[in-house]
Design a protein around this ligand. Structure first.
Ligand SMILES: Cc1cc2nc3c(=O)[nH]c(=O)nc-3n(C[C@H](O)[C@H](O)[C@H](O)COP(=O)(O)O)c2cc1C
Length: 197
């Protein structure tokens, strides 16, 4: 078994579902394939997330490594993400429609809805032995331009790379140490409080 899996497994205060415990954001990916059908399965999982007025404002545009689309998104990455992200099999641009389709009003919850969808996607991925790593460190305007988005209608929210887990030793520092460092969370008491009676 890949040693990273044990290092990264969440040590939780309560007994959460294994799919939650086992998801993490790696930087080492293997050559083992993720097929286009796998990707479509992930997007289907995303599609079944809840959204305000069932507007489903999320959009996913994907590219496989070795294609021009992958290179175009890679070129928008910040210097901290460029060294490891190309190890992944696929790169996904996650965007959201800015307005409600039914009345043209701004959709204030579009980013929240889209995050819900991505949560579904990552949980499904974990169940399929696929790992994802979200990336906010990139040039948003350049990514929007590379995708040919109409900025008045749609905004890029995040990038996501997907692949099968690789060996940590394939990474250079500082990424190697990060891959071998256990995941940490704030104490539950800091983020969840009972409202006083
Ligand atoms: C919106 C968003 C943007 C992120 N941007 C980056 C990024 O640019 N580079 C990176 O290495 N990780 C990025 N991450 C991954 C987080 O650092 C990671 O989820 C966090 O440290 C918790 O680790 P875990 O996902 O392994 O539990 C991002 C995550 C999110 C949700």
């Amino acid at each position: 078994m890949n040693a990273t899996l044990a290092i990264k497994e969440a040590r939780t205060e309560h007994d959460v579902h294994p799919l939650i415990r086992k998801r993490f954001s790696p930087r080492a990916f293997s050559e083992e394939p993720v097929t286009e059908t796998d990707l479509l399965t992930l997007f289907e999982a995303a599609a079944w997330a809840p959204s305000a007025m069932n507007e489903q404002p999320w959009r996913f545009r994907y590219a496989l490594r070795g294609t021009r689309g992958f290179e175009a998104l890679h070129d928008t990455l910040s210097t901290g993400n460029q060294p490891w992200a190309p190890n992944a099999t696929a790169m996904v641009a996650i965007s959201a429609l800015k307005h409600h389709a039914r009345n043209g009003a701004p959709n204030a919850t579009r980013a929240f809805d889209t995050g819900m969808a991505v949560g579904n996607l990552l949980t499904q991925a974990t169940g399929m032995g696929i790992h994802g790593h979200l990336i906010g460190g990139f040039d948003y305007a350049a990514a929007s331009g590379a995708l040919g988005l109409n900025a008045a209608q749609e905004e890029v929210i995040c990038l996501l790379v997907l692949g099968r887990l690789g060996e940590a030793e394939t990474l250079a520092e500082p990424y190697l140490t990060r891959e071998r460092t256990p995941r940490m969370r704030k104490p539950l008491s800091e983020i969840a409080q009972r409202i006083p009676d």
